[in-house]
Design a protein around this ligand. Sequence first.
Ligand SMILES: [Zn+2]
Length: 429
Amino acid sequence: MTSRSALRRLSLLLFVLPALLSPALSRAEFLAGIAFRVVTPDPLLPVSGGIGPSKPTLKKEGDLTVRAMVVSDGVTKVAFVSADFLGFPSALGNRARAKVKGIPPENILIGATHTHSAPDAYGFPDGKGGTAADLKYLDSVVERMAEAINEAATQLRPATLKIATGEAKGKIAFNYYADRLYDPRCHVLQALGSDGKPFATLVNYAIHPEVLGSDRGICSPDLIGPLYQRLEEKGAGIGIFMNSAQGGMVTADNRGTDGKSARTWEECQRIGHLLADEALRIVDDAPVQKEPKLHCEARPLTFPVDSKELRAVMAASPLTLGPKNATNITTQFNLVNLGNAQILSIPGEALPNIGYYLKRNMRGEHNLLFGLTNDAFGYILTRVDWSSFKTYSYVSRTCLGEKTGEVLIEEALRFVAEAPAPEKLAASR
Ligand SMILES: [Zn+2]
């Protein structure tokens, strides 16, 4: 009996020992990595701020980048990707996903910062039967995006996580249609190395980076470039920005005392730096989550396509944005639980009231919406807003149709209800 139980103890030890010796294989250990690539076209290309012809450029301010933050619990890997473009359609995103090793395509969330000063990634009609989209340039962007994701994944290292939500104070954003109808909450995810120092900081906030706009002759990440620069200077590591529910019409507050908009690079710097400072203030005293749980799900999300304008864009684009004459369009819809946060992707520009409603019904202690993510199908309005105020005529025209908001809300609530809830920290503290 004695020798048998000793044997059992030995075999138990042999079973447990490898797990103790290789912490990277243990499910509990949290890993994170981040990488980026510069994608400023050289020579410069025209830039796009929306449907219609692109505008010529004479110079650049800052550099356009594609960035990837990869997180892992040792088993599941998820990539958060951000690209300095107006939108990044899945026609391109799926090509980047196909070049990534070791992360399932459905665990790769690709968002656009929504800068209005980058080359056209849609192939918008130029009104002369062509498009300004440079397919060769877009190929190189796809290539570099995949490189950034692969590099972030190969550089995964043991990490802890800080997650925080707070009101970003100061002159950063406002609603151009109705000053105060915007969500000032800024969410921050920060990965810290074993030395306790941050090496990656994700900022999630709703804003149109259109300080410069598309008609200044400038290629630029707009305020997002200075945001990244400041985060790095302040010791927060590499930054990554994911936009939120910034539709109709949450924009950068570059209003001068004379009532006119300051459309300068200095103003991009002022707003980008202030948002970085606020994000770091908000995350500063957040508790450190040592082994945050990670869960990622994806499902298809289908919208009816009623808008003539958006149908024409899809039909004319050389990028195969969807089936020709499509009556509906489908994209990837993601839900991620990370520590005590829940993240939901939105494939477009949801109005801020939709953002408030979704966040209120999500199940994290921090609820993040990644807007313009996995696709950007234009504005997302509820049916009571759609084609209502004269002010909403532009956002209604560039919305897939009257049902878009309700489809998103219904599918989001179902997704949240059917997925597991993220862990809670508040109760245990
Ligand atoms: Zn927009």
